[in-house]
Design a protein around this ligand. Structure first.
Ligand SMILES: [Zn+2]
Ligand SMILES: [Zn+2]
Length: 149
């Protein structure tokens, strides 16, 4: 992430917290910094490791506040473990690959033509199910590069 994009990210987060009368504290900035550098969604335990000096109680509080403000996207894996990442309005549309060996989750991006194919599949699904489908998030499974070696 370039310095400019990084500054814009913090500015977007600050603006949306200010609109809710929430302060953009140093601890919250640290969470945003760490998530913006992570290769995929992070659990609270992983963030605790990676944010260093942010105390656990303040980390949990920050995650709750940022989640409620729509800055984070929270997802739960099959075991119910919550992982957080920056919401797509901040980082862009993408999908996830989940490792069936170690459980790690990594961001993956599809090309334009692959996204277009997916949209066609979903349009068909709208017709066959009667759902008005408004978005998608793909989760693919497999064995990650470090578990494969
Ligand atoms: Zn793995
Ligand atoms: Zn992601």
């Amino acid at each position: 992430m370039s310095a400019k994009v990084h500054a814009e990210l913090h500015e977007s987060v600050r603006r949306s917290l200010t609109a809710r009368d929430v302060r953009y504290t140093a601890g919250r900035r640290k969470v945003i910094d760490t998530l913006s550098e992570a290769p995929g969604p992070r659990s609270a335990a992983e963030l605790l490791d990676e944010t260093h000096d942010v105390p656990l109680s303040s980390l949990y509080r920050s995650l709750t506040v940022l989640d409620e403000a729509g800055i984070l996207r929270r997802q739960h894996d099959a075991d119910g473990l919550a992982r957080y990442e920056l919401a797509e309005w901040l980082t862009g549309h993408h999908h996830h690959a989940v490792c069936t060996d170690c459980g790690s989750v990594e961001d993956i991006e599809l090309g334009e033509s692959e996204e277009a194919s997916l949209d066609r599949i979903l349009a068909g699904l709208s017709r066959s199910t009667g759902w008005d489908l408004t978005g998608h998030s793909l989760e693919v499974e497999g064995v990650c590069p470090s578990c494969r070696t």
